[in-house]
Design a binder for this molecule. Structure first.
Ligand code: SAM
Length: 431
């Protein structure tokens, strides 16, 4: 066992507890670098790390690929043990966060100098009119927003596109939630009308956040000298930046077909930085680039069910998916929201079918693939996600698939008054 595991993962849990939580980000909030930004869609770094170490025992010159890199869990876990990795992330704001985390090898001196310059300039700045979207005014009191605005202007003034700039951008982004009076829902959606206690003052929070980041970087740099992880902001359905036949191991978790809106999850932070003005901007700024796993996405694109179902690439599951989507098309008429789950499910599998072909191109002949995935039941209609993904993988040229269940879940859909049991686990694919 690597010494790094003991130092970086000090809070060892029992095997069962760890297994149940390997699909979640919870434990990452105790881990250096991973904890710089809470990304509730992420999975367990400890599990990824253990898997990489296991495979590395047989293959020394390993390349790990994560087509849905998110907050960079896989890439950082690979960095921990000096393994090369490539990630793709389509969400522009999440990519920026991950890019900053991958700057952990920056000189500590440069980063602390950048912190001091920003804090000094922010201290000297006079307040200006606060031109922010309504959401931001609802989430902060005036005094707090004035201070955050000074920090933001000081950051902009000193931004030189260096790793230290990227790291200090993340530090300011990371303190927005703790300095805000707005609550956060389970999936990180911001709740401006649900007030909570403000736990920190902006200047102090920014300084503390950078203190924590520097301590983490010091620890990380003790084990690993070089950042080997490369992140491309792009689309995993077609990623020409990644060469053919290069990946030995794919560890990833794609969006689930469960209506989670990745764009909405960063609405608050993007509004602060001026990247969007209102909720309506999210589609153009983010959603259009992503796998269609939310009904917002499907309704905005005005998708036509039959057109998607007729796509050749969906042939291997045509009968099953067609039945489910038509049932959803009927079911939606019985519900107030009339959500577009019928087209969402069709588009989701259409997008994911393309992913398999692209991954097949990128993988070596003996690669190992693991997808952390959950099934779903919109409006109580069951969608056997892992079975359909497995069939689509075979159609793209993979040999076989096997699903290892990790835990039961139906938290989200329980709110919608149905009792369809759901689960989450690892879909292993053989090349
Ligand atoms: C379940 S999350 C992965 C989280 C990651 N394992 C982590 O620990 O942070 C899925 C990610 O896929 C991204 N995504 C969605 N569509 C994509 C696409 N077409 N190409 C690449 N990434 C995409 C989402 O933005 C999201 O960050």
């Amino acid at each position: 066992m690597y010494a790094v595991q003991k130092q970086l993962f000090p809070d060892q849990k029992t095997d069962t507890a760890k297994k149940h939580r390997s699909g979640t980000f919870v434990d990452n909030m105790k881990l250096p670098v991973h904890r710089w930004f809470r990304y509730s869609a992420g999975f367990s770094a400890e599990w990824v790390n253990a898997l990489i170490i296991e495979i590395k025992e047989d293959k020394s010159d390993l390349l790990v690929f994560d087509p849905f890199a998110g907050s960079g869990t896989t890439l950082l876990a690979a960095d921990y043990v000096d393994v090369k990795s490539i990630g793709i992330e389509a969400h522009p704001f999440v990519s920026k966060i991950t890019h900053a985390k991958l700057s952990w090898s920056e000189s500590l001196q440069n980063f602390s100098t950048k912190r001091d310059v920003i804090l000094n300039d922010a201290n000297e700045m006079t307040p200006e009119s606060l031109n922010y979207p309504d959401l931001i005014h609802k989430c902060f009191n005036k005094d707090t927003l004035t201070k955050l605005d000074r920090l933001k202007r000081a950051w902009i003034k000193n931004n030189d596109e260096s790793p230290s700039s990227s790291l200090s951008w993340l530090a300011l982004t990371a303190v927005l939630r703790s300095t805000s009076s707005a609550g956060t829902a389970q999936w990180q959606y911001i709740l401006p009308n649900k007030k909570k206690k403000v736990t920190s003052e902006p200047f102090e929070a920014f300084r503390n956040q950078i203190g924590l980041m520097i301590a983490d970087m010091r620890l990380f740099q003790k084990f690993s000298k070089k950042n080997l992880g490369r992140l491309f902001q792009g689309d995993a359905r077609k990623c020409p930046d990644v060469p053919d036949n290069c990946a030995d191991l794919v560890i990833t978790s794609p969006p689930y077909a469960n209506n989670y809106d990745y764009a909405d999850a960063t609405r608050f932070e993007m509004s602060f930085w001026g990247e969007i003005q209102n909720w309506g901007d999210l589609h153009q700024a983010v959603r259009q680039y992503l796998i269609r796993s939310s009904s917002q996405h499907a309704s905005k694109e005005k998708l036509i069910l039959e057109e998607i179902l007729q796509k050749n690439i969906l042939k291997p599951i045509y009968n099953e998916i067609s039945e489910v989507c038509h049932e959803l098309a009927k079911e939606r008429l019985l519900h107030g929201g009339k959500k577009h789950y019928h087209t969402m499910i069709a588009a989701y599998f259409y997008d994911m079918a393309k992913i398999w072909y692209e991954i097949k191109r990128i993988c070596k002949n003996d690669a190992k693939l693991c997808f952390v995935i959950g099934d779903s039941a919109p409006y109580g209609v069951y969608v056997p996600v892992e079975k359909w993904l497995g069939k689509l993988a075979i159609a793209a040229g993979f040999k076989s698939y096997y699903f290892e269940k990790l835990r039961d879940r139906n938290i989200k859909w329980k709110n919608r008054k149905h009792r369809v049991p759901l689960h989450e686990g690892r879909l292993w694919i053989d090349t």
